[in-house]
Design a protein around this ligand. Structure first.
Ligand code: ADP
Ligand code: MG
Ligand code: ZN
Length: 471
């Protein structure tokens, strides 16, 4: 029996508008509970929602970045349910006429369909503490888009890759900060098992997953659970489950509710959403070059490997850092090497983000020019770079302070070379007997004596001269 997993994801993403979707309350994260609320988002009687235009623009840009069709006509519905974090007892969402439909993203050549992208408001936040339950309504009315995928995903790893790509696209387009710790990006997972080639099986939804790794782990567990159920001749029931991060298992939360449970009806206090062609066209220009396109361009224009191009475009910030360097230092491969090995190495070691790093493109390129000019050697460059990373100081200043300037004058180098030769009569003999390798160890000692500051080419040349070569 060839069983396969079928997975579809629902991603909720907070749009980066300063005010809420139907009122002018601020959306700033971290405010004291219930300080960013008003009669509208608290759902007091007699209030009317006013739709935030900026939210619509951000949602359209998101839809375009995900290759969706932006629908000229869409509308809001009320999704009715009672829960303490939802003071109106309904959520304003979109139902059968969403803002955008029929998109897709590409995962290394495999296309994952996006069924729909719709607008909705967030609910509040419940906190349970020491025998009491508290509610913070600051999140009520925070603008969200929900991105629903087709059931095209086939493994936990593919789900992880899908989420990573969606996040990269939303971050590149700057419609959201996608910060999972702040709840700006959340994901629900739907998964079922079927015999390969047959119709879809009964699906289970897993809610409240707060990391991409969590999604991956929950799916691994759930797929195995469902396969066992099927193999033992029982049936998988449609239900909503939760994932226990500590025990790494999913467990039943409730029987799955259906559309009819929500008693959807068109929101009577809001007009249908009409989006004109001209508006879509003008917003198209705000969709920037996305990670995958940038990657292709970096490979083509700068001759980078796919591996390097992928690292450099993994965040917009890094891609900008790289291209800013190229403006004053036009050697892409060298810049790439310093970023992907030295800079990322130090960032990982010190657990820092690029944004917090003291290394700025001007400092890196200034140092690279100093290497090219022979002021310092490439090897010393690594020490200078580490110092820039630690202090943010100008490389020239570091070199002066630490006395790292390369030794390039013949007299100084001969002094060192003669000293090394007088200490190593055996090496000279070896060389004269044809063991050319002896040069390497002599150069090594010259470097050691000068603490790496001898210009390697010149030192090599002068050494050979002293050894009697005619150059
Ligand atoms: P619901 O009405 O239960 O929310 P939807 O049709 O809106 O279901 O689908 C929600 C998500 O579940 C979508 O991402 C979709 O791709 C996925 N999905 C639908 N059917 C299945 C299935 N049988 N197995 C796995 N995922 C599914
Ligand atoms: Mg749904
Ligand atoms: Zn409000």
């Amino acid at each position: 029996m060839n069983l396969e997993a079928v997975i579809g994801l629902e991603v909720h993403c907070q749009l980066a508008s300063c005010s809420k979707i139907f009122c002018s309350c601020p959306t700033k994260f971290g405010a004291l509970p219930n300080t960013q609320v008003c009669p509208v988002c608290l759902g007091l009687p007699g209030v009317l929602p006013v739709f935030n235009k900026r939210v619509l623009e951000l949602a359209i840009i998101s839809g375009l970045a995900l290759s969706c069709k932006i629908n000229n006509h869409s509308r809001f519905h009320r999704k009715n349910y009672f829960y303490p974090d939802l003071p109106k007892a309904y959520q304003i969402s979109q139902y059968d006429e969403p803002l955008a439909t029929g998109g897709s993203i590409n995962l290394d050549g495999k296309k994952i369909g996006i069924t729909r992208l719709h607008l909705e408001e967030d609910a509040g936040k419940l906190m349970h503490a020491e025998g009491a339950s508290l509610v913070d309504f600051n999140r009520c009315g925070i603008p969200l888009i929900e991105i629903v995928s087709e059931p095209d995903i086939r493994s936990p790893e593919e789900a992880y890759a899908y989420l990573t790509e969606i996040k990269a696209i939303l971050q590149y387009t700057e419609v959201s900060n996608c910060n999972m710790e702040e709840g700006s990006l959340r994901c629900d997972v739907n998964v079922s098992i079927r015999r390969e080639g047959e119709g879809l099986g009964e699906k289970v939804e897993i809610k409240n997953l707060n990391s991409f790794r969590g999604v991956e782990k929950a799916l691994h567990y759930e797929i195995e659970r469902q396969i066992e159920v099927i193999k033992s001749g029982r049936k998988v029931f449609q239900e909503t489950r939760l994932f226990d991060e500590k025990k790494q298992v999913t467990f039943t939360m409730r029987a799955k509710e259906e559309a009819k449970d929500y008693r959807y009806f068109p929101e009577p206090d809001l007009l249908p959403l009409i989006v004109e062609k001209e508006q879509i066209e003008s917003l198209k220009s705000q969709v920037p070059e996305l990670a995958s396109q940038k990657k292709e361009r970096f490979m083509k224009d700068y001759g980078l490997s796919e591996y390097d191009a992928k690292i450099l475009t993994s965040t917009k910030e890094m891609a900008i850092f790289f291209e800013t360097c190229l403006r004053s230092y036009d050697k892409p491969k060298i810049v790439n090497n310093w970023i992907t090995t030295e800079l990322l190495g130090l960032l990982a070691e010190k657990k820092k983000k690029l944004a917090d790093s003291l290394v700025k493109p001007e400092l890196l390129t200034k140092m690279l020019l100093l290497i090219d000019d022979g002021v310092i050697s490439g090897k010393i460059g690594k020490d200078v770079f580490a110092e820039i990373f630690a202090s943010g100081k100008d490389p020239e200043e570091i070199i002066k302070e630490k006395g790292l300037v390369q030794i390039k004058d013949t007299d100084s180098l001969y002094l060192v070379i003669d000293e090394v030769l007088s200490e190593n009569p055996q090496a000279i003999k070896d060389y004269q007997e044809g063991k050319k390798k002896a040069v390497g160890s002599l150069i090594g000692q010259i470097m050691k004596k000068t603490m790496g500051r001898a210009n390697p080419e010149l030192a090599n040349q002068l050494l050979l001269k002293r050894l009697g070569e005619d150059i």
